[in-house]
Design a protein around this ligand. Sequence first.
Ligand code: KG4
Ligand code: ZN
Length: 338
Amino acid sequence: MATVLAIETSCDETAVAIVNNRQVCSSIVASQIPVHQQYGGVVPEVASRQHLETINQAIAQALEQAKLDWEKIDGIAATCAPGLVGALLVGLTAAKTLAIIHNKPFLGVHHLEGHIYATYLSEPTIKPPFLSLLVSGGHTSLIYVKDCGRYETLGQTRDDAAGEAFDKVARLLKLGYPGGPMIDKLAQSGNPQAFVLPEGKVSLPGGGYHRYDSSFSGLKTAVQRLVQQFEKNGEQVPVADIAASFQETVARSLTKRAIACALDYDLKIIAVGGGVAANSGLRKHLQATACERNLRVLFPPMKYCTDNAAMIGCTASEHLALGHISPLTLSVQSRLSL
Ligand code: KG4
Ligand code: ZN
């Protein structure tokens, strides 16, 4: 049973958690959202500085909340890739330093692996093989999880990530940053059938469409045209109906691809991860369709959908149990496939 102190600083959350396998002993997430809100998106340089100012306090809080001291910690982990280089460096350097001072094993964790295993935090028994639908601000992928550390990407987006599409459409609707939660909230009062929007199919060279890949840039452009049309006619933009129709289209598109993939590969479980896993439309659609097809869908607890360190700690526990550790020379990488 490994108790891991984990750090996540890949983007705009300074997060520290202590996790004992799948059990969260403490989880601190210091969000920078209010700081970046004034710029309409994440400013990398500002993010790094914020992490630097917050990290020591977040580590102290995580230990205090868990009522643990260093003797009880078996390993120290941090996200090493992908993400903003300056932001990642703060967390990784802190983790390495702590590992040296307290003489503990150190492990660098891939951010997407963290999102894949976030469902473990509420599921004590699930294990591979399963299909991961990873939908975050930077990624939209269908990943065949064969075992811890053995992954095959079966589908991905050809342009924008699902979360990115939510953020861009929210900007078009003047809803602010981050867009996903704002659209989700607004969609509750809109009509999802108000507008028919393009699903964004990816053509195959020989004809037909890719079953697992998605595309969201055409959908975003369609929303843009719709907004422009209302503005040109001097009419009020029906933001709630557009938000609901957009969300419905994304939810249907992701559901269709995930179900097709799970059935084709005979995988009985779909584990969703990433910020868009918090979306109510996606949860509803995927759950209902999976139920019809006798598949099980697992979503992480809401607070572990968006970036957090508990998912990094849980992933590190899995790896440490297999004897995996990283050298202290490990560096950060802005891009790294699984
Ligand atoms: O996983 P995450 O916290 O960060 C990345 O690794 O990218 O995901 C952030 C993304 C943002 O694009 C945000 O708009 C989206 O997740 N998001 C949502 C919701 N909550 C967060 N998208 C749709 N509905 C939500 N409720
Ligand atoms: Zn993330």
